[in-house]
Structures are given as C-alpha cells and as structure tokens.
Design a binder for this molecule. Structure first.
Ligand code: NAG
Ligand code: NAG
Ligand code: NAG
Length: 400
C-alpha cells in the first residue's frame, strides 16, 4: 500500500482536477459474475432501507475470513487550509498523527478545491493569487512553468480526473475496477470499467447490485442537461484531459489582472468549454440548490446514465452538515472546512461489506448461480464530536 505523506500533495497548486483519488490496492477473488448490463435472470436483488439511527461505524465486529470489506472516505472543498485538512484526514482515519497514510482506508477521494480557487489557476485568472504565493515558486514565470510542465502539471496529467466512478465491489479478474497504478488510465477516473447505458436500460436495472455498485464523485455536479455524461466517466475525463493539454501547451497568458482575461484556449472545442460552463460538471449546483421535489425525480435518470448508486459532490457548502438528499442518492460534502468559511470539519465514510453465501448469517444457499451474497453499505457523516449515519442499505445478490 502506498504511503502518502499529506504534505506531498496538499500544498501543491492544483487546477482542473476536480477529483483526486488515492487508493490502496487489495486483492479478492469473488466468483460473482459481472456484465455491464446483466439481465434479470443473471442478477436479482432486494433492497432494504433501514433507518439505523446510531451505529458505530468503527466498531470492530468479528467477521468471517472471506468477507470482503471496503472503506472509502471522501472530503470536500479544503481551500488551502492545510491544518484543517490534516485534522479532517486524521478524524476520518485516512492519515495518522504524523500525516502519513494510515492504511486503514482503502480509498480516499477529494472532490476539488484543494487549494483556493483551484480551477482558475491554469486559466491565468490571477485575481486571487497573492504575492506571497508567487514568492513560494520564485517568480511568475517559475509558477507558470510548474503548472504547465513542472512536477505539479505532470501530476495533474497523470493522476487527476474531473470525475470518478469508484467501484464498491472487489476486483474481478481482468475487469478489475482497481487497476494497478502502472495501468491507471486517468480518463476512467480510478475505474477500469466505463459505463454506457443501452437505450433499453430500464428502471428495474437501476439497482443491479454489481452493475451499479459504483459511486460518482465530481466537484460541482452532473447536470441532467450536460451533453457528455456517457460513456461515464471517460466522456467527461477525456474532455478534461484534452482541455488540460491545451492549457498546458499554450503560451501561458500574462497574469490577469492587470492583463486582460485570456479565458480558455481559443482552439478549445465547444465540448471542452462546456466543462467550464455553469451547467458543466465543475460548477453545476442544481443538486444542492434546487428543492428535493425538483431534483429527486431527476436523479434516477442520471444514476442510470452513469451506472452509479450515488452522486457525491462538493462546491456548494452547507456550513453545518454534510447534506444527504433523495434518500442518499445525492450527497453534498462541502461544509466550508477552511477557517476562511468557518464551517464544520467533516468527512464522508462509505463502508461496504460483501459476505459470501457460506458465511451469511441468514443465507439460504441455492445451487449454481443462485447463491445469496449479502451486500451492506453504510454511509456516515463524520464530524469532530459526532457521527451521523446517513444511509444503510442491505441487498441480497444472487451470484455463483
Ligand atoms: C511518516 O513519514 C515520514 C516520511 O516519509 C517517515 O520518516 C516517518 O517514519 C513516518 N512515520 C511513521 C510512523 O511511519
Ligand atoms: C502519480 O501517482 C503515483 C502513485 O501515487 C506516483 O507514483 C506518480 O509519481 C504520480 N505521477 C506523477 C507524474 O506525479
Ligand atoms: C444545512 O443543513 C442543515 C442540516 O441538514 C439544515 O438544517 C440547513 O437548513 C442547511 N442550511 C442551508 C443553508 O441549506
């Protein structure tokens, strides 16, 4: 497992990358068949939404050997507040007291704005850049070089994506959703499986246990009106990659102000520009700001189109709590963590457990492909003084 020192990535000046995912590789062989759009006969499911008011997500229950567990932690906008970022990561057990990767979390996802106004930097919008920040690079030219061809620019290209489709379930052979870092493809945003919904992909398949056992992460939000959702996540991330390449290869525009705002590169395509529009994935606020009776009827459409169970995003803060909407299908994790906003420190934890038929407590093992696997997903908001369970979902998965 990689040991990542927090200080190696937090003070870095970041740009277009809305999602950063650090992950621990794990191996698990589960004979569950997977196909992108399974038929009813292949996989059946039942979903129970339990209202579990208080549950200690860190309790060490004794688990059967072969049970597969995965813990994902996500953190929203940090806006350059390193001490508070460190507190949040310690609070959620991502790093230890020295700031080193703890190994207790399988994946850590950060949904952008790691530093203040992250997405404006490479666009040469210098309105929020202070002289003392430029001084840390040495000069304006050195700062520009760092963002384009320097260590930071190269890290964006290699390891950051606009959006991510993160798998909950274990690696399954060559289609493993957890590629090694050597085979990592930024366009797939830490999933090796792209999702393209077929035209006849119906409502009943929305909850296919493994076909949609994924979570979506993005900075702003995936708007229903955004034209490039599918295949997800590569359609968005490929546009992000080509736009990033243009920004990194054009002569760096002189700082604005005092110079005129250069905007996006002139040769950027309309599709690339759409990422940066108000309805684009970097800035869309509809899921956070519109009333639930408006957004909840819409969310199923997006989940089906992207093959995920939940849309998790930052960008639109609520300073008191992580917001779960539409029964946990929409989760907004920006709580104004930076002292500049004065919000509450928070992290989102997703605990996923897949229990094989032979060890499931109340299993009723069938034969062949109809054995019952138990799936359990607990989504919890973590704050300094308390935890709040937002969603508990249990499903029975029929597999082999
Ligand atoms: C934390 O990381 C630093 C730098 O890599 C290392 O020197 C130190 O020993 C690590 N601490 C622990 C407890 O592993
Ligand atoms: C991308 O991340 C990997 C894993 O943390 C790291 O080894 C590699 O150096 C990074 N690439 C760049 C160009 O920063
Ligand atoms: C923030 O979240 C809390 C708790 O869910 C809620 O009561 C409050 O109305 C929200 N505030 C805003 C501004 O939406």
């Amino acid at each position: 497992m990689p040991r990542i020192r927090l200080s190696r990535f937090l003070p870095a000046v970041l740009l277009l990358a809305a999602v950063f995912v650090a992950f621990r590789q794990s191996t698990f062989g589960a004979p569950i068949r997977h196909s992108p759009t399974p038929t009813d006969e292949e996989l059946q499911y039942e979903v129970q939404n339990d209202d579990v008011a208080a549950q200690n997500v860190f309790s060490a229950e004794s688990v059967p050997e072969a049970q597969y567990k995965r813990r994902i932690v996500a953190v929203g906008d940090l806006h350059g507040d390193y001490p508070n970022a460190l507190r949040v990561l310690q609070m959620a057990d991502v790093v230890d007291e020295e700031g080193n990767w703890s190994g207790k979390v399988d994946l850590f996802v950060q949904t952008g704005d790691i530093i203040d106004r992250q997405a404006t930097l490479l666009i040469a919008d210098w309105r929020y850049v202070e002289a003392k920040e430029i001084a840390t690079f040495g000069s304006v030219a050195a700062r520009q070089k760092m963002l384009q061809t320097g260590r930071i620019g190269r890290a964006w290209t290699a390891n950051y994506s606009i959006t991510s489709r993160v798998a909950l379930y274990p690696p399954l052979g060559p289609d493993s959703p957890f590629p090694s870092s050597a085979s990592y493809d930024p366009s797939l945003g830490h999933s090796s499986i792209d999702f393209e919904s077929s035209l006849d992909f119906g409502e009943e398949q929305l909850d296919d246990p493994l076909g949609t056992a994924y979570l979506s992460f993005v900075h702003g939000g995936l708007s229903p009106s955004f034209a490039h959702l599918s295949p997800y996540p590569s359609a968005i991330n490929e546009l992000g990659a080509t736009l990033l390449r243009r920004l990194q290869t054009r002569p760096f525009p002189p700082p604005h102000p005092p110079h005129p705002y250069a905007g996006l590169p002139h040769d950027a395509s309309e599709e690339e520009k759409s990422l940066y529009e108000e309805e684009g994935p970097l800035w869309y606020r509809g899921w956070a700001l519109q009333p639930e009776h408006v957004v909840c009827p819409e969310v199923g459409k997006i989940l089906r189109k992207t093959g995920v169970r939940r849309l998790i995003m930052g960008h639109t803060p609520n300073f008191t709590a992580i917001t779960s909407r539409c029964n946990g299908k929409v989760i907004i994790i920006d709580t104004g963590i930076s002292h500049a906003y004065g919000g509450v420190l928070s992290a989102l934890s997703i605990q996923y457990t897949l229990t094989p038929p032979s060890t499931a407590v109340d299993s009723n093992p069938g034969s062949g492909t109809n054995r019952q696997w138990k799936e359990r997903e607990i989504v919890t908001a973590i704050y300094p003084e308390r935890q709040e369970v937002l969603v508990v979902e249990e499903r029975t998965v029929l597999g082999s």
